[in-house]
Structures are given as C-alpha cells and as structure tokens.
Design a protein around this ligand. Structure first.
Ligand code: SF4
Length: 259
C-alpha cells in the first residue's frame, strides 16, 4: 500500500470540504488562473518571511524578493484584468510588506520554510504507522522573548482574527508534533500565529499558544480518522460560505447542475 501523504493543508482542506480534497489532491485539478487574494497573500507572506529571517543581512531584500516572486508568474495566469493592474498590485504588496516588517520589528529568527517529515507515531506508545507520512514546512523558527525555541505560522487576513485561533489551529499542532517526532513527545513547544491584517489601517496581531502531549494525542486520533475516511473514498460536498473562496467552485457547481 502506497503511504498516504498528509500535511496541515491537506488535513485542513479535508476537514473543510472532502470534495475539495478530492479535486485538489486525488484528481489534482489545477485552476487556470490564480485568484487575486491567493496570489497577493502568497507574495506578502514570501516577502515578509524573507525579511524577518534574512533582512538584516541582505540590503534591499524586500524589493529583490518581490521581483523574484512576481517574475515567476505572468498576469495571464492570474485574475488581474491586465498587465497594468498586475504591475500596480506588485508595488502595492511591496509597500504593504515593508510596512508589516517595520511594525513587527526584529525577531531572533533561525530558519524559514523548515521542512519536516515523519511517519505517524503514537505519542504515548511510540507505535509507528509507516502507511501515513506527515510532512510540512514551518514558516519561521525563532527564539521567543522568553528564550524558548518557537514555531511561527504567518497568516494574511482582511480582518482581525479570533483570539482563540492559536489555541485551536491544527497547523500549529502539526508543526509541534513534527518537531516532537525528532525531539521527543515530552516537549512543550511555544507556537504563534503572526497575523498580517490587511485592513485600511494595517495591523499586526500576535496570538501565542503552546502544544504538548494531550494535543499530540488528539492530533494522532484525528489523523487516523481522516486517513481512514480518505482511504475509503469518503468525499462529499460540504457547501458553505467557504465555497466563495474555493478555486473549484466553477466545476463543483457546474457538475451538480448537470447531475
Ligand atoms: S465549491 Fe464548496 S462544496 Fe465545492 S469543492 Fe469547493 S468548498 Fe467544496
């Protein structure tokens, strides 16, 4: 049996809408055009992350990283109306990113996009399930103000987040779990969400939390349940507000009309 590859994105997508998981990861449907909020969020994320980790060492890094990001894309692959709108967006995002970096200030960062991968392990019994591989890229690893190693996940959003978000975010548990696979499940790891709020008045919101063995046990249970459902082909349409931002809405609803 082929191992099932899971990441925080795949787990979150399955929990939000199993049909979206099927279209994205089983059928591997790639949308013709990248939606604007998605590409701008990616650009912002990429520039800010680089500046926080390497900004003090490389001059004009924000502009350089921005150039490299947008050069890899053409406006026809996006939902921008034309090349002028595409170029304008680049200037706007660069300005937003440098504003956010200045607001965040200096951090004691060590690495960005740290890749971690491990077969599923039961946090208490140590039993290894080689048929499920969990993997992911942690946005930033730093030393927090209390001198502890911490994982930071960067989010872009149009609104301020719910203050409980960091306590609930499965992605933070996945990163902490992957670190625990290497350092031992006894660790209590600080984790933070760093929200870049793209409202009229740009705002940075830090939400801090931690993860320890009860969180790892719950994640293990969830992963086992989700893996079983995926292997059994349980994919249904969970329609809701989130469909508004789904890249598959055209084919998803077209198919349901035809049925
Ligand atoms: S449009 Fe909605 S129901 Fe359809 S795949 Fe996307 S999230 Fe699921």
């Amino acid at each position: 049996m082929e191992p099932l590859l899971l990441s925080k994105s795949r787990l979150n997508v399955y929990c939000q809408c199993p049909e979206k998981y099927r279209l994205s990861y089983v059928e591997k449907v790639v949308p013709d055009k990248t939606p604007i909020p998605l590409i701008e969020g990616l650009a912002l994320h990429h520039i800010v992350e680089n500046c926080l980790v390497y900004g003090t060492k490389v001059p004009d890094l924000a502009a350089e990283v921005s150039r490299e990001f947008w050069q890899a894309r053409s406006w026809e692959q996006t939902e921008y109306a034309d090349e002028t709108a595409f170029t304008k967006a680049q200037e706007h995002i660069l300005h937003e990113a440098t504003t956010f970096v200045a607001m965040i200030g200096e951090l004691q960062t060590h690495e960005m996009e740290t890749y971690m991968e491990h077969p599923l392990v039961h946090p208490q019994t140590g039993e290894v399930d080689e048929s499920i591989i969990l993997r992911g890229y942690a946005d930033i690893i730093d030393t927090d103000p209390q001198g502890r190693i911490r994982v930071i996940d960067i989010k872009t959003s149009a609104r301020s987040p719910n203050t409980e978000q960091a306590n609930r975010a499965m992605e933070l548990t996945v990163y902490a779990y992957l670190m625990a696979c290497t350092f031992g499940f006894h660790i209590e790891l600080p984790v933070s969400l760093l929200y870049l709020v793209r409202s009229r008045q740009a705002k940075v919101v830090w939400l801090d939390s931690q993860r320890s063995i009860p969180d790892f046990v719950k994640l293990h249970e969830s992963i086992i349940s989700i893996s079983r459902a995926i292997r059994q082909g349980l994919f249904w349409k969970n329609q809701g507000m989130h469909c508004t931002w789904c890249v598959h809405q055209d084919i998803c609803f077209a198919a349901s009309l035809a049925a």
